[in-house]
Design a protein around this ligand. Sequence first.
Ligand SMILES: Nc1ncnc2c1ncn2[C@@H]1O[C@H](COP(=O)(O)OP(=O)(O)OP(=O)(O)O)[C@@H](O)[C@H]1O
Length: 977
Amino acid sequence: MESSENCSVKVAVHVRPLIGDERIQGCKECVSVTPGKPQVQIGSHSFTFDHVYGSGGTASPAMFEECIAPLVDGLFQGYNATVLAYGQTGSGKTYTMGTGSKDCSQTGIVPQAMNALFSKIETLKHQTEFQLQVSFIEILKEEVRDLLDSVSLNKMDNVNGHSGNGKVSAPVRQPIQIRESSNGAITLAGTTEMSVRTLQEMAACLEQGSLSRATGSTNMNNQSSRSHAIFTITLEQMRKVHSVFPGNDSPDEDMSEEYFCAKLHLVDLAGSERAKRTGSDGVRLKEGIHINRGLLALGNVISALGDEKKRKEGVHVPYRDSKLTRLLQDSLGGNSKTVMIACISPADINAEETLNTLKYANRARNIQNKPVVNRGLESNEMQKMRQQLEYLQAELFSRGGAAPSDEVQVLRERIAFLEASNLDLSRELHVYRSRRAVVGQCEADLPDDYAPLTKNDGLKRGFQSIDSSDYEMGEIISGENPREVEVATKEREHEYMQNTLDKELNELNKRLEQKESEMRLFGGIDTETLKQHFGKKIVELEEEKRIVQKERDHLLAEVESLAANSDGQAHNKAHDSHTQKLKSLEAQILDLKKKQESQVQLVKEKQKSDDAAKRLQSEIQSIKSQKVQLQHKIKQEAEQFRQWKASREKELLQLKKEGRRNEYERHKLEALNQRQKMVLQRKTEEAAVATKRLKELLESRKSTVRDNAANSNGHTSVTQSNEKSLQRWLDHELEVSVKVHEVRFEYEKQTQVVLSMSPDSRKARRESVENMLSMSSNALIAMASQLSEAEERERSMIGRGRWNQLRSMGDAKNLLQYMFNTTAEARCQLWEKNLEIEDMEDKLNELVTLLQISETQRKELVREVRAKEQAAATALVKSDSKIWVVPCLQFPSAPKQLKFTPGVVNGTVKDSVAFANQTRKVNIFVSADGANGTTFDEEISNRCTSWETLEVEEKSSSVASAVQMEVAEAMETFRMD
Ligand SMILES: Nc1ncnc2c1ncn2[C@@H]1O[C@H](COP(=O)(O)OP(=O)(O)OP(=O)(O)O)[C@@H](O)[C@H]1O
């Protein structure tokens, strides 16, 4: 492809006249054009464009000649072109383009472009072969559709609401994919490309597509285009090119072919619209939203490209925000010559939209495109070769006057230079190879302290002991670990390696560049052509020599015949002149012979230089392959390092995780220890008390036994006091028994604690528990001694020992009675406790049942509340009403603070109605999901693209009070609920 200079997007404004409806409404013209200047005024604003047509500007028919014809001419030179009609709905885009079904007359740009194209083809057809293709697509609701797809055209659908109201029709078509080719060109996969030969065929395609295009009736245009349409003409040319050679006078022998392929996009955009003015609702409204969205994206692209500051800052151009901008990527800022026609209405009611259109158009003028000649690959090659040939021819011409010996000298010098450079190249190659070997050995040759770090096992070794202790973990986290050092070293090593390889690569690139530039010197000479040229020259010289020899022979014959026939002076005179002629001929022949020889020599020298060039070429090839290898190695090394780093980071992450886990565990253990310590302390204290009590009991038992013995020895016992003392004794015995049991229990627990403190326990825990242990071990010792004493006694009491004190049957009976009463009392208490437990269980069950019931009730209530909310919303948002007064706070998904334009209340229904009464405006609150079949997001986007749909201005107070009543009812329902 040939590069071309940047060229800015050309902008023409087309002001249509006031149309019927506008006249009926009594509209006035608010747009004026400065006579003789491409300047438009609207109010206090003034804009200058490339051209202005209509309403006092240049007459509309001139538009084609001035704006479009140059683009059509450019097509034949291989330049892509785009014509873009932009403007508000009803501003005359379709009319200007001539893509409306009934407007496919000769007035529109598209039909005129087609005419111009075919008439130019007619004049050029003798030297150029042409092929034409057309495609026609539309972007409807962010879907690309093929308007020439005859199969799907038959399947008319109602899906988009383009039928049924008798106004609109749109066929079902397969979605088409937008693709970007390797050279950055945007293409459409799956579109119909109709091959056309005649103007009629092309016009038929335009008409067919125009008829299939989605249109609909709105308040502003009864045949409004509901989609963006792109009619594309692809012109392929195979042109015969005449190559000029010196000494070659027959042009037919050097004809070659050149291939060009250029596209002309004719774009009729759907018009920007405000739903309030178009009166759109339902499907039309949705279409309008999509149209505005696409145009908004276009506007963003235009501002990104049109703002010089943004362009310099390299601001991202949001081509991908919509299909429209994606498809127009080449036309805006890319490989295309583009003309934008801003269509405007002069009517004062459209002033705002007109001003917006003019602002956009003004910005578009700053867009810089980079159109290039689109040749085929082969043609590009041919172009290069042609340039080479021209160079060669120039060289040959420049040498034409030089003596053959000079030519030989020049060639010799070149050969010498080539040989010298060849030698240099070989030397460099050798150096490079040896360096590469050094780099290859880099790993192996690394210093000793590098070596273990490059090996994986070193790494593993580094990680092996990681879980062995908390201490090590702490080190890792604090970053003081040798592993950190290892990573740093590895990174340094990687950096070093990359730098070395990069340096190598740079050097290699430099060499390659140098060699390629040398090679270009050879490349400038077309060997074949030179050979042919010299061959031809040799033949010519031989021919000349032959002629001269013939002349010489003829002269010799003449001289001989003169010698035989003539006499005297005349003979001598004639003989002299002939001899002179002969001599000069001989000299000529000699000269020709020399020339011939030098030409042969030249051919040989050329052969040598060709060989040198070949050698150079092979050297370049080998450097290239080495470069590829080196690049591969760099990539591999980088990949290996990346993998190593990733695994290292993963391991580190795991270690950190483990560290955190251990830390947590440590805290947990500390807390547990603390708790245990406290429990142990309490238990130890309790055990000490129990032990003390046991000791006391045992002491008192001894004294009791002594008393009883004394009593029995003196025979002075009184029956009653004996009875009491027996009972006391039994109580005492029982208490001793229970205490022994208690101490035993405590003792066992303490032992368990001590056992649980195994020697393997972690250091920290062991230290903290050691103190506890020393505390409890003292208690344990005391307990153990008391226990052994008590149990020893208990053992001696088993059997008869315990009852030695019973001296009579009466004693035994009394004691039994006492025991019976105590047991009965204990059982009664037990029964009462059981009763209490049963009671509590019943209560618990009751509570559980109650809980279940209340959960079910809660769920039902939630369901009811939701249903009522829904009902309230439906009551408020009537499907046929455009006034939606819905308090957004009632809906959980609605944000609490919706941003509205100033003066609009955002709050409760009450607020909104109060505001409505006060301002005589009905304020629209965006409802939440589900209201009127729209989602919250959709509502927001509706509101953003066209505010007017959601705001009903200057409604009478009766409307407001009607709304108020509805709202009051709804609120009442809410309150009752
Ligand atoms: N230059 C003009 N002279 C006379 N009438 C025109 C001219 N331009 C447009 N009109 C009329 O204005 C009306 C709207 O034009 P048109 O359909 O081309 O608008 P549009 O911009 O394509 O609208 P939409 O974006 O809705 O498709 C049509 O009735 C058309 O005939």
